[in-house]
Design a protein around this ligand. Structure first.
Ligand code: HEM
Length: 424
């Protein structure tokens, strides 16, 4: 085992031969992290970053090994705020009765195993199939609205990608689709409060939003008990009546997770699919000519530009990752965005190639017991949006001046807009 990497200052003091300039890695800067990832993979694939208090893991094999070994590396810190909650935000959340806990991702076996088995039964192919015509219809209507813009330009993110998956998940859970803007606001607050770099003052409005969000999740469970319905919450409540071991608080926590995880990342996938495919015109032309290539193009978008580029674990005992000693209790940041471009796994990893045969080895949906429950729904929606868009407006292109930025965050790499234009 190699000498353990220690926090940077100590390492330098100890005469560590590696230059601890963090290799250009800037934890919250999502603009273009890939050069820094490549340097980390090459020079310090398991690096302690004292700015965030996490061990940053960047090689595919190490990321995969940690995801796989859930007994050593627990997901219990996956939803922990990266920045400590300030006193005022804490007070607001306590007084507002905020007791939400992760639906699944931060739960551990045997609790996780029990709840996941019940939740998985509610995620039936029947439900997906039933949603498909509405997803297609919503996409067509959104395209109509965007294409009617008098100046012939649009923002694919806000005009199309924003609403479609949000309407889908609200419908799946039996929530009024008119609530889209409210859920988007609450989701932004959740992403910022958990994975953002906010000071005490900045946290306050988000704390109020999270209280409202959690109260609504609890209300939805009460409503499902009262009125039933043909939706996922009613299915979970029905499972309870049928003897399934799941409490109302656990169902409300699942709602709290799904009403965020179920759209936020899919909005990003759709936006990234358009952004990256239009940015590689030959790939766009290839799917226009042959739409059956869309599923492999989606896998490549997920590899090349995932919605979540980093996810957390905690070491439950003294252990090692890639030969580097890791102490019990250490926080681990698994950088899937880097693993997905590991030259030991993918040939020419920095190239976007929709014909790549092994794109599905990406880890954008995680791996192991917590593997994303909604991956099929996310890909289904992206496929439908791409099919409808290439059929309707094959001339779509990025606006000439498209300078696309990304929001600051530790885990979620979200473009701020995807400006597009087209020919009539
Ligand atoms: C492109 C879209 C999506 C991406 C990139 C994504 C990514 C992820 C990742 C990285 C994890 C953690 C995996 C791990 O810890 O090993 C996860 C878990 C999860 N995702 Fe997704 N997700 C997406 C869409 C969805 C959708 C549409 C839903 C629901 C409808 C969903 C529901 C969940 C749930 C419930 C978990 C927790 C699973 C568990 O802990 O057992 N996700 N997802």
């Amino acid at each position: 085992m190699a000498t353990p990497s220690a926090p940077a200052a100590e390492a330098v003091a100890a005469g560590c031969p590696v230059d601890h300039g963090h290799h250009g890695y800037s934890p919250f800067d999502m603009t273009d992290p890939f050069a820094a990832y490549a340097e980390l993979r090459r020079d310090e694939p398991v690096m302690y970053d004292e700015r965030i208090g996490y061990w940053v893991v960047t090689r595919w094999a190490d990321v995969r090994a940690v995801f796989e070994d859930w007994e050593t590396f627990s997901s219990e810190n996956a939803q922990q705020p990266v920045r400590e909650r300030g006193p005022e935000a804490t007070r607001i959340m306590q007084e507002g009765g905020f007791t939400a806990y992760s639906g699944l991702s931060a739960r551990t076996p045997p609790e996780h195993t029990r709840i996941r088995a019940i939740a998985q039964r509610a995620f039936t192919p029947r439900r997906y199939k039933a949603l498909e015509p509405a997803i297609r219809e919503n996409t067509r209507a959104a395209l109509d609205r965007m294409l009617a813009s008098p100046d012939g330009t649009g923002d694919f993110l806000s005009d199309i990608a924003f609403d479609i998956p949000t309407i889908t998940i609200l419908t799946l859970l039996g929530v009024d689709p008119a609530m889209v803007p409210t859920y988007k606001k609450w989701s932004d607050s959740r992403a910022a409060m958990t994975w953002g770099d906010l000071d005490d003052e900045q946290q306050i409005p988000h704390a109020h939003n999270l209280v409202d969000y959690w109260q609504e999740c609890q209300r939805l469970v009460v409503e499902a008990h009262r009125a039933g319905g043909d939706n996922l919450i009613a299915d979970l409540v029905g499972a309870q009546d049928g003897g399934a071991e799941i409490t109302d608080h656990e169902i409300a926590s699942l709602c709290y997770s799904l009403l965020f995880a179920g759209h936020e990342t899919t909005t990003t996938l759709i936006a990234n699919s358009i952004r990256v495919l239009l940015g590689h015109r030959e790939s766009w032309e290839a799917i226009v000519a042959d739409p059956s290539r869309i599923p492999s193009a989606i896998d490549e978008v997920l590899r090349y530009s995932g919605s979540i580029v980093a996810w957390r674990r905690k070491a439950l005992k003294d252990t090692e990752i890639g030969g580097v000693a890791i102490p019990e209790g250490a926080g681990i940041l698994l950088v899937m965005g880097s693993a997905n471009r590991d030259e030991n796994v993918f040939t020419h990893p920095e190239e976007f190639d929709i014909d790549r045969v092994d794109a599905r080895n990406h880890m954008s949906f995680g791996y192991g017991i917590h593997y994303c429950l909604g991956n099929m729904l996310a890909k289904l929606q992206d496929r439908i949006v791409l099919e409808e868009t290439i059929a309707r407006v094959p001339s779509l292109r990025l606006a000439d001046d498209a300078q696309i930025g990304f929001r600051e965050n530790l885990s979620f790499r979200v473009p701020t807009s995807v400006p597009v234009t087209w020919e009539d």
